[in-house]
Design a protein around this ligand. Structure first.
Ligand SMILES: [Zn+2]
Ligand SMILES: [Zn+2]
Length: 318
């Protein structure tokens, strides 16, 4: 299974500013001074292998959209944030005019998780099938509402795809083709649901927009059981721990450190920090990643936990 991140920022999309790009370019030139490059390819290889991550990458960008690529013809995707637009471009290119079948799993319907759907190209292609799964009773209403006047010029009835909504119940495993999917209720304004995906012995947790109160032992153990032994846990790490337990308590999100603690309890293998706070720049996000890695080292038991931070375009093979 391959996990592909199309959108990793929380709440609202962000882009690098002109000043950010200029700054990176200047730093890269200083780094490369004295070097010469015979071709674009040579310069590209240098940038890929020798420049710092902070000069060649940016975290976030689009709002949540994460694809699970499995063998077979169908597509599987969590949430339809603005990352659904480039995901749609990818689907159209790969299909080469054949209509696609896309299985969508919705954590909840806050705007950052549905805003990409009106820009999801395959939705306009006749013959396309889109199955939208979720545990809320308002999923269909939310999708239709955002494509209603006066907010959007193209109405729901103008979509070419056949779109159906499938209501799931929490903690019940479902089979979707060869994959098992189990939703789980999370603490968030209006509720959100995490998903555990299992396929051929590999497991991925998609757990965004979820606040944890670890002092409640029973709650922590429920999540440790949900994350149990997962190969990858995509985790709402919007805040630093200090923010999450003070000013931003009850805001419905979690932190990098709580992610490490829950994954350690669950003996999960890889924690992916996700749903980055839009106010945080790349340096701050890199700092949160380093802090989480340091905390993991200090508290490590007999099993190490890999810790990463998601960025648009990242692919993880399991
Ligand atoms: Zn969100
Ligand atoms: Zn939310």
């Amino acid at each position: 299974m391959r996990v592909r991140f199309w959108g990793t920022r929380g709440s609202i999309g962000v882009a690098l500013t002109s000043a950010d790009v200029r700054d990176r370019l200047a730093q890269a030139l200083v780094h490369a001074s004295g070097r010469t490059f015979a071709s674009y390819e040579e310069a590209h290889a240098y940038a890929s292998s020798e420049l710092d991550f902070s000069l060649t990458h940016t975290f976030g960008g689009h709002t949540p959209c994460v694809e699970l690529e499995l063998p077979g013809e169908e597509y599987y995707v969590c949430d339809m944030g603005s990352g659904a637009r480039p995901f749609g471009v990818h689907v159209l290119a790969k299909q080469a005019r054949r209509p696609a079948t896309v299985n969508v799993f919705m954590s909840h319907v806050h705007w950052d998780h549905i805003m990409g759907f009106p820009f999801f190209g395959p939705a306009y292609v006749p013959g396309t099938k889109i199955h939208i799964h979720g545990c809320h009773d308002v999923v269909e209403q939310a999708f239709r509402l955002q494509q209603s006047p006066p907010c959007f010029p193209v109405g729901w009835e103008q979509l070419g795809a056949t779109i159906d909504f499938i209501r799931l119940e929490p903690d019940k495993p479902y089979k979707v083709n060869g994959m098992t999917v189990t939703p789980h209720l999370q603490l968030h304004s209006g509720d959100s649901y995490g998903y555990r995906f299992e396929h051929e012995g590999k497991s991925v947790i998609y757990s965004t927009d979820s606040e944890h109160k670890l002092e409640n032992r029973a709650e922590a153990e429920t999540f440790a059981a949900f994350f149990r032994g997962a190969d990858l846990v995509i985790f709402d790490a919007m805040y630093a721990l200090a923010e999450a337990i003070s000013i931003k308590a009850d805001w419905g999100h979690s932190s990098n450190i709580v992610g490490v603690e829950l994954c350690q309890m669950a003996r999960a293998k890889h924690l992916m920090l996700f749903h980055h706070e839009p106010a945080n720049n790349d340096a701050t996000l890199e700092g949160l990643l380093k802090e989480a890695r340091r905390f993991e080292e200090l508290t490590r038991g007999d099993q190490p936990l890999k810790v990463s931070a998601a960025y648009d375009g990242l692919e993880v093979d399991l």
